[in-house]
Design a protein around this ligand. Structure first.
Ligand code: HEM
Length: 408
């Protein structure tokens, strides 16, 4: 992996040529990526499981079973429940008179929501915090562990401690997630038995979860189901992909609203939570414009640079959501299929499969937060919008705000 060329594309038209016009060639992820393949038994992985021959199967499952609009609609109760949790947390902090550190509340709420979608249950605060804890450990150590991918045979000798640390974190994650997966499996078996015995079910509380759909999958080539290690990796990816990104953007949006109270929502162009997509790989030697990209070359598309291109955006660094209202009544094409002006969710075959869900979550929570509370900067605080790279690009100085309930 170390000897493969890594290519960075910040040009919008080249990105369009690659991702839309030559989409099939640019759709894979580097293999092995990262650390070790996830779809191979007793292996461990710390990031995207969506690569290699199984990615289409996994992605089809996600799109059809969980992200399908009718299913997304069926999670309305879950969103309402989480909004209530978020409101309660914010209100009780507001009553205490302390400044509100929003990020913890956003992160916790997004976990409550995604955990419910993943495992089908409303867990209590302690359980959610436990899941959040192991997932955050994995994410925050991403860059530290990613280096282990480079010549694993060598790093196993020279970075033994780091490998041990990685396996410890992974073990903790398995200890937390495997019981939840097993509980889902048991519930499914009980349902089948009840159906056989002709007994009636209480359908009210049952929500189809991501774990349920994974438990059903059979890998076509190997003719087997996913093992527990693979299930943990896939659930982990689902949780992290849907929580960190959304809570980061929520914080950026609220920070801009506090700093510039006269404007409303939409912060994804100015503050995309990832400044590049997940790395892509080309499946064969490819010529892109005048550049030759060799087979297995690793490509990064630079999201932030494209979104700040002065050829597209006047005064690109200023936060002006009203730009999106002046597009002649036409909705802005966030999928970049005709032309890429910004690509916070990626573009083409590997575009974030949940971009619709993510936009729904952002609109739902921002609208309700602004409707329920008045948000103000702390006395003498100018709200610092400096950035810092963690897994996503977060606020260097997390937002603190004063909030006042609007509704009795
Ligand atoms: C504001 C929120 C979000 C942003 C900005 C975002 C952005 C992205 C980006 C840039 C990628 C990589 C695209 C590429 O490599 O070309 C991605 C992939 C992915 N995202 Fe999101 N995402 C968000 C929310 C979510 C949510 C809520 C989920 C829910 C489960 C999710 C699930 C995924 C998955 C599973 C992938 C990997 C897809 C694959 O490899 O085929 N994301 N996302």
């Amino acid at each position: 992996m170390g000897s493969r060329p890594a290519i960075f594309i910040a040009d919008r038209s080249l990105a369009h040529q690659a991702l839309v016009q030559n989409g099939a060639l640019f759709a894979d992820r580097p293999q092995p990526f990262p650390i070790i393949k996830v779809i191979s038994s007793n292996q461990h992985n710390i990031s995207s499981a969506f690569y290699g021959p199984t990615w289409r199967l996994l992605r089809r499952n996600l799109n059809k079973e969980i992200l399908h609009p009718s299913r997304v609609k069926s999670y309305a109760h879950a969103r309402k429940w989480v909004l209530q949790i978020l409101r309660n947390r914010i209100e009780s902090q507001a009553k205490s008179g302390h400044p509100l550190s929003v990020l913890d509340h956003f992160q916790f709420s997004m976990f409550a929501l995604l955990v419910l979608m993943c495992f089908g249950d409303r867990f209590d605060e302690n359980q959610i915090k436990q899941i959040e804890g192991v997932q955050q450990d994995i994410l925050l150590c991403y860059h530290k562990f990613n280096i282990l991918n480079f010549w694993p045979t060598l790093t196993k000798i020279f970075m033994r401690r780091r490998w041990e640390e990685f396996f410890q974190i992974r073990q903790r994650q398995k200890d937390v997630l495997i019981p939840l997966i097993r509980a889902r499996k048991k519930l499914k078996e009980e349902k089948i038995n009840k159906a056989k015995e002709g007994k009636k079910e209480h359908q009210d509380e049952y929500v189809l979860s991501y774990a349920d759909t994974l438990l059903e999958l059979v890998l076509p080539d190997e003719k087997r189901k996913l093992d527990e290690d693979e299930l943990v990796s896939l659930c982990s990816e689902f949780l992290n992909a849907g929580t960190d990104t959304t809570s980061t953007v929520l914080q950026w949006i609220m920070a801009n609203l506090v700093k510039y109270p006269q404007i409303q929502e939409k912060g994804l162009r100015r503050h995309p939570p990832g400044h590049s997509v997940l790395t892509h790989a080309v499946t064969e030697d490819t010529v892109l414009d005048k550049y030759v990209i060799p087979k297995n070359g690793i490509i990064n598309f630079m999201i932030a640079e494209m979104a700040w291109d002065p050829k597209v955006w006047e005064d690109p660094m200023s936060f002006e959501p009203e730009r999106f209202l002046n597009s002649g009544g036409e909705a802005f094409d966030i999928t970049g299929s005709r032309e890429i002006k910004m690509m916070p969710f990626g573009v083409g075959r590997r575009i974030c499969p949940a971009y619709g869900l993510a936009m729904l979550h952002l609109e739902y929570f921002v609208a309700n937060l602004v409707w329920n509370f008045e948000w103000k900067a702390m006395e003498g605080d100018d709200v610092d919008l400096s950035e810092k790279l963690e897994f996503t690009v977060v606020m260097k100085n997390p937002l603190q705000a004063q909030i006042f309930p609007r509704l009795k």
